[in-house]
Ligand binder design. Structure first.
Ligand code: XMP
Length: 317
C-alpha cells in the first residue's frame, strides 16, 4: 500500500545520501513527472539542483512564460532557454513523423548539453522517469517494431558522463500525482493533461512553419480554455487540436474562402495504451467550433475525431 508521506521522507533521505554535495541537472518539461522529481530534489539538495526548461517553440500558447514563472514561484533554481529558432531550423522541410521526433530529440540534446556544460562540476543528471517509461523503453528497444520513438526516454549522449538519478522510477502516474500533492504542488499543474515531448510538431501534419504553429496554438487555446470553462477538462484524459495539411472551401459574406481544416481530439484513457474518444456535448462542440472559426485567422472548418485507439493512435503522427 503506497503512502506518499513515507515515500517523500524516504526519498529525500536517499537522495541526500546518494548525491551528497554534488550538483545535479534536470530538464523540466512543464509536465507532472519532471516537476515532481524537481521538487523532491529541491527539498533534498536545494540550490545544488539546476533545472533547465527549454522552449522548443512547440509548446501550447504562452506555456513557456507561464510555466517558467510558476517554477520560479516554487523556489526552483531554474533557467529558461528559448531555443525556438534552433528547433524551427532543425524541422525545416521535415514532413515524416519519425524524422520530426529525431530532429527534435537531437536539438533538445544539443541545447541541454550546452546548458549543462555551463554548470561547473555537475555530476548527476536527474530525470522524471516513471515506472511505465521504464517498461516502455525496454519494449521500444526490443526487436518487436518501434511504434513511435518517445524521444524523452533513452537519455543523453554517453560523453556527458553524468550519473543518472531517477527518484520516480518505481512509481505509477497516480502515485506521482499523490506525491506531488503531498509536496504541495499546485493541483492544477498536477492535473494537467499529458503532452508529447515533440509538442505541436506532431499535431501539424506535414512540414512545420511558424505560421502553422501560431494557428495551432490559437486553436488549441480556444479548445483547452473552453474545456476548462465548461468543467470538462478534468473529465478528459488528453485533448488537443490537429492542423491538417489541406485547405477546404468555405464562405464568408459574399466571399469564397479556401483555408485550413483543424481536427479536435479528446480521449479517455488510463495509460495512453488504449483510448476512447470522448462524447463531448454537441452544444460545447458547436460553441468551440464557432469560436475557433471566428477568432483564428486561416481556419474555416473544424472537425471532431471519433476514432478510438486501437486502431487509431491518440496523436495523428
Ligand atoms: P499515441 O499517439 O501513441 O500516444 O497513441 C500515446 C501517448 O503518448 C504521447 N506521445 C508521445 N509522448 N513523445 C512523447 O513524449 C512522443 O514522441 C510521443 N508520441 C505520442 C501521446 O501524446 C499520448 O499521450
Amino acid at each position: 500500500n503506497f503512502t506518499p508521506n513515507a515515500f517523500v521522507e524516504d526519498c529525500i533521505k536517499e537522495l541526500q545520501e546518494k548525491v551528497k554535495d554534488d550538483k545535479v541537472v534536470l530538464g523540466l518539461s512543464g509536465g507532472v513527472d519532471s516537476t515532481v522529481a524537481a521538487v523532491l530534489l529541491h527539498k533534498a539538495i536545494g540550490k545544488n539542483l539546476y533545472c533547465i526548461f527549454v522552449n522548443n517553440g512547440l509548446l501550447r500558447k504562452n506555456e513557456f512564460e507561464n510555466v517558467l514563472h510558476q517554477y520560479k514561484d516554487m523556489g526552483l533554481n531554474v533557467k529558461g532557454v528559448d531555443a525556438t529558432a534552433r528547433f524551427m531550423n532543425a524541422l525545416e522541410g521535415v514532413e515524416d513523423p519519425e524524422t520530426k521526433r529525431k530532429a527534435i530529440g537531437n536539438a533538445f540534446i544539443e541545447v541541454f548539453d550546452e546548458e549543462a556544460h555551463r554548470i561547473e562540476d555537475v555530476k548527476w543528471l536527474a530525470q522524471g522517469t516513471i515506472y511505465p517509461d521504464v517498461i516502455e523503453s525496454v519494449s521500444v528497444k526490443g526487436p518487436s517494431a518501434t511504434i513511435k520513438s518517445h524521444h524523452n526516454v533513452g537519455g543523453l549522449p554517453d560523453y556527458m558522463k553524468l550519473q543518472i538519478v531517477e527518484p520516480l522510477r518505481m512509481l505509477f502516474k497516480d502515485e506521482v500525482r499523490r506525491v506531488g500533492r503531498t509536496l504541495g504542488i499546485d493541483p492544477e499543474l498536477l492535473g494537467r493533461h499529458p503532452f508529447p515531448g515533440p509538442g505541436l510538431s506532431i499535431r501539424i501534419l506535414g512540414a512545420i512553419t511558424p505560421e502553422k504553429v501560431r494557428i495551432l496554438q490559437d486553436v488549441d487555446a480556444v479548445f483547452i480554455n473552453g474545456l476548462k470553462e465548461h468543467g470538462l477538462y478534468d473529465k478528459v484524459w488528453q485533448a488537443g487540436a490537429i492542423l491538417l495539411p489541406v485547405n477546404s472551401v468555405g464562405v464568408m459574406g459574399d466571399e469564397r474562402t479556401y483555408e485550413k481544416v483543424v481536427a479536435l481530439r479528446a480521449v479517455e484513457s488510463t495509460d495512453g495504451m488504449t483510448a476512447d474518444w470522448v462524447h463531448l456535448p454537441y452544444d460545447f462542440l458547436m460553441k468551440i467550433s464557432n469560436e475557433i472559426i471566428n477568432k483564428v485567422k486561416g481556419v474555416n472548418r473544424v472537425v471532431y475525431d471519433i476514432s478510438s485507439k486501437p486502431p487509431a493512435t491518440i496523436e495523428w503522427e
